[in-house]
Ligand binder design. Sequence first.
Ligand SMILES: CC(C)(COP(=O)(O)OP(=O)(O)OC[C@H]1O[C@@H](n2cnc3c(N)ncnc32)[C@H](O)[C@@H]1OP(=O)(O)O)[C@@H](O)C(=O)NCCC(=O)NCCS
Length: 164
Amino acid sequence: MKGERFKKEILEPCAFLVRPMTGGDLEVVATIEAENSSPWAIGQLASELAQEGGWQFVAEASASGLVCGFVCGRSCVGEAELLKIAVGREHRRQGIAAQLVAHTLRSLAAQGVARCFLELRAGNLPALALYERFGFHRLGLRKDYYALPAEDAILMEKRVLADA
Ligand SMILES: CC(C)(COP(=O)(O)OP(=O)(O)OC[C@H]1O[C@@H](n2cnc3c(N)ncnc32)[C@H](O)[C@@H]1OP(=O)(O)O)[C@@H](O)C(=O)NCCC(=O)NCCS
């Protein structure tokens, strides 16, 4: 077990690379997105690619080139919102989302973005743990913000430049 962890973390540190999303990624990104609640359709994902101030990255397996996860959001006058992050079910718990968030935060800091906001379903404990690990803190709760199923939203913020 210890040996396996060493192999994963030390010998294969670059199993995934993060790069900008392109139109050619949309089909696989839409498939990953469709596994989650309130998914965006491929058309919405495509329009994000054309969005002014938008940023979109994918995590790709270095060996196979397979896109395993993505993140997207928008920046405007020093503030950003992380809109979506998802990793394909079979690729979770391998550090892919952590790599996507780390890359996003570095990129936002390089653009001079001071604060990044996001919201998530209150019951989404994996995502909550992920964001807390990267220093996002809770700003508030939006009661019954989500539908199908109805659920509160937790609003979170991270001071990007202060922590860069
Ligand atoms: C949330 C999500 C993106 C995490 O992706 P992932 O690649 O599995 O996450 P990672 O392996 O990079 O884990 C990074 C950290 O996230 C947290 N985390 C991830 N999955 C977790 C789980 N099932 N339970 C608890 N914590 C979890 C942990 O803090 C973890 O750090 P650790 O490995 O040191 O414990 C993934 O579960 C997902 O795609 N969920 C569906 C979409 C979604 O909910 N998106 C967020 C909407 S706001």
